[in-house]
Each structure stands twice: as C-alpha cells, then as structure tokens.
Design a protein around this ligand. Structure first.
Ligand code: NAD
Length: 378
C-alpha cells in the first residue's frame, strides 16, 4: 500500500506531516512512501533526508496513487479531486463551522480522520496533535513576547544598576498555557496565571507561578469529563474580569490561551483593560484564530495601540517553530496509523469498532459519519 505526504498547499503552512523518522518507520511497516518534492523545506527537512529514510520523492499528482494521505491541513477541493475513492486521509480537519468542507470530503469518498478529536486517554496520548502543537505554541508565545518586549525578562543585577524582572500573566493554563508559564519562568519572569478549571490551580503552582481566579462554586464545577473547560456564566465572567483587570494593569506581558472546544474563544481582555497597561507592554493572543481572547487582536498581525501596547496575533503559531512542530505532528500521525497495520501480514485495515477510530473518523463511504457533524450534513 502507498502513503503520500504532500507539500501543504496553504502558503502559510510551514509544517509537514512526515519526518525522516516516521518515513523510515512507515517503510518498515511495509508501506511505499511518496513524499512530494519540497514538502519538508520550511521544516528544515530536505528531499534527500526523506529519500535517505526510504521515501520516493514525487509530485502532487502522486496523491492519486495513495491509499493513505498524511497532511497537516484539511484537503482543499482541488486536492480532493486528486485522491482515490476510499483513500484514508489524516489531518487536522478543523471541521467546526466548516460544514461545506466536511460535505466535500464525504462526496469525494475519502475516509477522513480529524486528528484533533483524538480522545484524551492514556493509550492515545502519543497521538494527541492538539497537545503536541499547543505545547510548542505556548513556548513560542513567550519567545514572541520576549522579542516584542523592549526590556529584559529576568532580573539582572549589574554594576550599572538593576533591571527588574518582567511580570508575565498567562490566561488559560491548558497545555499551551502551562508551557508558556514554564518558558517564562525559565527566562526569569515573575509569572502569574489563571484558568476556570480547578485542576489547573495545582498545575500552575507546581510550575512556580501564582494562581489568580475567582474560586466560587461555579469554578469548582467547571471541568467536563474530558478535562476541558465549560463555557462560564455571564456572572462568573464579570467577576473574573474585574479581578483580572486590576492585575493586568500591573503586568508587562500577558499571554492568552483560553479556548472552549467548538465555541468561539472567550473574550477575556477588553480594550479598556489593554489601555490600562503601560506603554511597551505586550499581549500575545494565542486564541486569535478562534476569535481571540483580547479585544483589538488582529489575526496575523502585530498591532500597537495608541497607548503603546503591542498586541500580537500571529496565526499558526506552531508553524512558527515548524521544524520542531513537524517532528511531533508526524510522530502523532504515525502512532495512530501504526494501530491500523497488522504487523504480521503488513496490511493496513481500518477497524471501525476501535474507539480511537470512532472518535476521529469524520467521513467514510461517501457519508459524514462523525456524530457531531452527521446531523448537520443530513
Ligand atoms: P484548551 O486548549 O481547550 O484551552 C486552554 C485553556 O483555557 C484550558 O485550560 C481552559 O480551561 C482555559 N479556559 C477556557 N476558558 C477560560 C476562561 N474563560 N478563562 C480562563 N481560562 C479559560 O485546553 P487544553 O490545553 O487542550 O487542555 C484541556 C485539559 O485537557 C487540561 O486539563 C489538560 O491538562 C488536559 N489534557 C489531557 C491530556 C490527556 O489526558 N491525554 C492531554 C492533553 C491535555
């Protein structure tokens, strides 16, 4: 069976869904692997690296030979036209609010796997693309903030005087937020953080940061069974906003990462709160792609307010550290795919009763099969 790893068509996508390591392993499982020429260029992987690992270097039209396609982004309609009916396609499909694109995948007859639906259970930890990419995004957010901030982050005591440590506040302490906290701490900042999930409190403290939140009854019940945040009531949001507003005015850097699965990002920092910050302060909004946590954040731009506050709204933040992000993403895909290969006969077959398959399969046999989207499609 043949696997195809294309060069991503979206010009802003720097990542690639394979690495020399995963190509070698895929070949070891018995697959013929074709990697499109230049697929790894923006991730610092050359065609020779892929070829040495056992891949054939091919062209976009080789997609038509593939039984399995590994991608970063959802296939475009043009890409879909080039696939075999019945091909299994693995990618971050970003299906919420994109019903037409989901319908196109069904119509193309592909079996589409939406990697972001990987359940957060122990067996699937190594396949969790949201975690692997959010981890790097959290790191990169601090690097971006430090680059935009005109001062040093650590306290520096020098013969010529003392530079005070920067104060960093991280809003949303999930995977990205926790990595942002750890990174800012490593750079010597004084770090505080908030989240609406009670479980976050201990994790924040264990990283040496101070936890700040309204801890009422609603807060104590705010976590879903899957470990995700619930959307909070208007009342809670108002109380929390009042508490954080006062705190933010004293911060040098604010990094926001707050998301609710399938919902627009909660608005956490109003324009008035941004205006209360000192000139030269920096906000990095990692939620900008889902509507943003910060009022005034512009997707894909760094803006400077009248008051001299920088708001950073970079898109595809994991793609800003593509060489690392691709390695982890490729490994996530490989680990999932490996569960579908019979090691003895070296054959690839999808077990539709497997819970990981059920959770991630979006389209199959010409229909939208994922329960969250099948209704909209019907
Ligand atoms: P996410 O990306 O969905 O959201 C980021 C963070 O924002 C979350 O911590 C969320 O609680 C927080 N948030 C939402 N609304 C907020 C608001 N109004 N104010 C402040 N913060 C708000 O989250 P994630 O990184 O995917 O992590 C979600 C949970 O899943 C965490 O508990 C994480 O530890 C857990 N997790 C488990 C596994 C596993 O078991 N395999 C893997 C990864 C993550």
């Amino acid at each position: 069976q043949t696997i195809f790893i294309p060069r991503e068509v979206d010009a802003s996508e720097t990542r690639v869904a394979g690495s020399p390591d995963t190509v070698k392993r895929l070949a070891g499982l018995g697959f013929d692997v074709i990697v499109e020429k230049g697929a790894g260029t923006s991730s610092r992987i050359t065609d020779e690296d892929f070829a040495k690992a056992g891949a054939t270097i091919g062209k976009a039209s080789d997609a038509g030979k593939a039984d399995v396609v590994l991608k970063v982004r959802r296939p475009t309609d043009a890409e879909l036209r080039g696939y075999k009916k019945g091909a299994a396609v693995f990618a971050t499909m970003d299906p919420y609010g994109n019903d037409a694109a989901v319908a196109s995948m069904a119509k193309a007859g592909i079996t589409a796997f939406s990697m972001e639906f990987m359940p957060r259970i122990t067996r699937a930890q190594s396949m969790d693309v949201l975690s692997s990419q959010a981890n790097l995004a959290g790191y990169q957010a601090v690097i971006d903030a430090a680059a935009e901030y005109d001062r040093a982050l650590p306290m520096m005591m020098t013969a010529a005087g003392t530079v005070p440590a920067a104060k960093v506040f991280v809003m949303g302490a999930g995977v990205a937020g926790l990595q942002a906290i750890a990174t800012a701490r490593r750079l010597g900042a004084v770090v505080t953080a908030t989240d609406v999930r009670p479980a976050a409190k201990e994790q924040v403290a264990s990283l040496g940061a101070k936890f700040i939140a309204v801890e009422d009854e609603e807060f104590r019940a705010a976590e879903t069974a899957g470990g995700y945040a619930k959307e909070m009531s208007k009342e809670y949001q108002a109380k929390q906003a009042a508490l954080t507003a006062e705190h933010i005015a004293k911060q040098d850097i604010v990094i926001t990462t707050a998301l609710i699965p399938g919902r627009p990002a909660p608005k956490l920092v109003s324009a008035a709160v941004v205006a209360s910050m000192k000139p030269g302060s920096v906000l990095v909004d990692l939620a900008v792609e889902r509507g943003g946590n910060v009022e005034g954040a512009v997707p894909g731009k760094v803006t400077i307010t009248e008051g001299g506050v920088k708001i950073v709204g970079h898109l595809n933040v994991p793609g800003r550290i593509a060489a690392s992000a691709s390695l982890l993403y490729a490994k996530n895909l490989y680990t999932f795919l490996e569960t579908m290969v019979d090691k003895a006969s070296k054959t690839f077959a999808i077990n539709r009763d497997d819970e990981l398959v059920k959770a991630t399969m979006l389209t199959d046999g010409g229909a939208v099969v994922h329960p969250a989207f099948a209704k909209a499609a019907a």
